[in-house]
Design a protein around this ligand. Structure first.
Ligand SMILES: [Zn+2]
Length: 243
């Protein structure tokens, strides 16, 4: 596979400053197709590393709910199953990474999605720790099967159901009504996957030869993927967190 695979693990350890007061602080980016569980895994990692979870999809959805000009523009694009343009997204991420809580690390979820976005991110991270890229690999058929069962709570935003045989009828957190997101409908999912494979998959080529690139099998259970992702984020060298 990728050249440079052998030295990956030792390299990543060397790249993390040993003097760091919080040696777990890392710049992490999760990639993978929609429905691969990036959001769930990113939240778990962010908690574990005590760094912000920066989900560009959430930031955009908030803008849509607030009906801001950005939100209206983004809503029209997302409703068509398309991706919001590089310029808007790069601006959002640049602002977010400059906030103090991101100084010791972050978990990026949903960015970058294109090679121009990745190049912009590299420029932003010029003087920071290297970016650890974790690809959560899942096949299209499995994604479609999962997303057809996924539901979101209209009250609190909790996402449930992808791993269940039949989706639950009410939110396990607050009892609110569960609905299917428009972009989880099969026709939209197929369009999203097509867009993903076409435009985002080249990112794997962009990152794959770096010593800090990892790919994990996203077809396993959430806990198994979490263990693999945490291990990848640690470079396989640190204490594995319990799930
Ligand atoms: Zn809820």
């Amino acid at each position: 596979m990728a050249p440079g695979r052998g030295p990956r693990r030792s390299n990543i350890t060397e790249l993390v400053p040993r003097r760091a007061r919080r040696p777990m602080a890392l710049n992490l980016m999760l990639m993978g197709p929609p429905g691969a569980g990036k959001g769930t895994q990113a939240r778990r990692l962010a908690r574990g590393f005590r760094v912000p979870h920066i989900a560009t999809g959430d930031i955009l959805r908030e803008a849509v709910e607030m009906n801001s000009p950005l939100g209206r523009a983004a809503a029209a694009i997302m409703d068509a199953g398309q991706l919001v343009g590089d310029e808007i997204v790069i601006g959002i991420v640049r602002d977010r990474l400059q906030r103090p809580d991101a100084a010791t690390g972050f978990v990026l979820d949903g960015f970058p999605r294109t090679v121009p976005q990745a190049e912009a991110l590299d420029a932003m991270l010029d003087r920071r720790n290297p970016l650890v890229v974790i690809d959560i690999a899942v096949e299209d058929a499995e994604i479609i099967r999962r997303l057809s069962k996924r539901r979101v709570c209209a009250a609190c935003g909790t996402i449930v159901g992808a791993a269940e045989e039949t989706p639950p009828s009410e939110c396990p957190d607050c009892g609110g009504a569960l609905v299917q997101r428009r972009d989880d409908q099969e026709s939209v999912v197929r369009e999203r996957l097509s867009v993903y494979r076409q435009r985002t998959a080249p990112l794997i080529d962009y990152y794959r030869n770096r010593p800090t690139f990892r790919s994990v099998d996203g077809s396993l259970t959430e806990d198994e993927v979490a263990a693999a992702v945490a291990d990848a984020a640690h470079g396989g060298s640190a204490v594995r967190r319990t799930a």
